[in-house]
Design a protein around this ligand. Structure first.
Ligand SMILES: *Cc1c(COP(=O)(O)O)cnc(C)c1O
Length: 233
């Protein structure tokens, strides 16, 4: 197969994930690559799909819905993840069109998604967003607020949503060790919740610039945009 640059970029990102797994004694098939296609068009998603990529992340609901619609012919072999902020008044189309939402930061959002998820679809997979670096500008719950929210979301009745884990966007840092610290902190929060009886299996952490640090600290899902699709405008 002749690959365009998206295909070769995907190969390079997978090589980086494999190297970080090897360096930390992890099996490479325990890390899922989420290709973040925000601002790129459906043709870019098709190209990545043709190169074997299946999971895609989007930040903006309206942009994503148009893209999902335009790629309806591939829907059965695509997995769509919302990784941007979600407003309460946008939950219905998200419940109907996406497979995952990574940015739950209040119970009301999860309740609305559970009520609006169509019965014919599998449960919507949820992650709670944690403001792991304590930045005033970042969304997400504080580590202190997390346990109550996690137990409440996990206990929602009806089986229309399923709590899978935690997501964070740490403050950028240049050095590997500095990058690892917030990822380690997020991993510790998942372990603490599981020790309290939850069964979370997902750590959504790591982006183009820090995926090695995230994988070394236990990421199960890295969200990579620019290293696959190029710089965003
Ligand atoms: C844009 C974005 C990414 C991807 O960032 P890159 O640096 O382009 O890899 C990952 N996660 C979230 C939440 C994003 O908004």
């Amino acid at each position: 197969m002749i690959m365009g640059s998206i295909g070769s970029n995907l190969q390079e990102v997978k090589r980086r994930i494999d190297a970080a797994c090897a360096a930390s004694g992890r099996n490479a098939n325990t890390v899922t690559l989420l290709a973040v296609s925000k601002t790129f068009d459906g043709a870019a998603v098709r190209e990545a799909h043709a190169a074997g990529q299946r999971a895609f992340g989007e930040n903006y609901v309206q942009e994503a819905l148009a893209k999902i619609d335009g790629l309806a012919d591939l829907r059965a072999s695509l997995e769509w993840h919302l990784i941007g902020p979600l407003q309460s008044n946008k939950t219905r189309p998200v419940a109907e069109a996406f497979d995952w939402v990574h940015t739950i930061d209040r119970l009301k959002l999860a309740e609305r998604l559970a009520a609006q998820r169509p019965p014919g679809l599998p449960p919507l997979q949820l992650c709670l967003q944690v403001n792991i670096s304590g930045e005033a500008s970042k969304s997400g719950v504080t580590p202190g607020e997390l346990p109550a929210l996690a137990h409440a979301v996990a206990a929602l009745p009806g089986g229309r949503v399923r709590l899978r884990g935690l997501m964070a966007i740490p403050e950028p840092a240049a050095e590997l060790q500095a990058q690892r610290a917030p990822h380690r902190a997020l991993a510790a929060l998942v372990h603490a919740l599981n020790a309290q009886g939850l069964a979370l299996d997902t750590l959504s952490m790591g982006m183009s610039a820090d995926l090695e640090a995230a994988v070394m600290e236990g990421s199960t899902l890295v969200r990579v945009g620019s290293a696959i699709f190029g710089a965003r405008a």
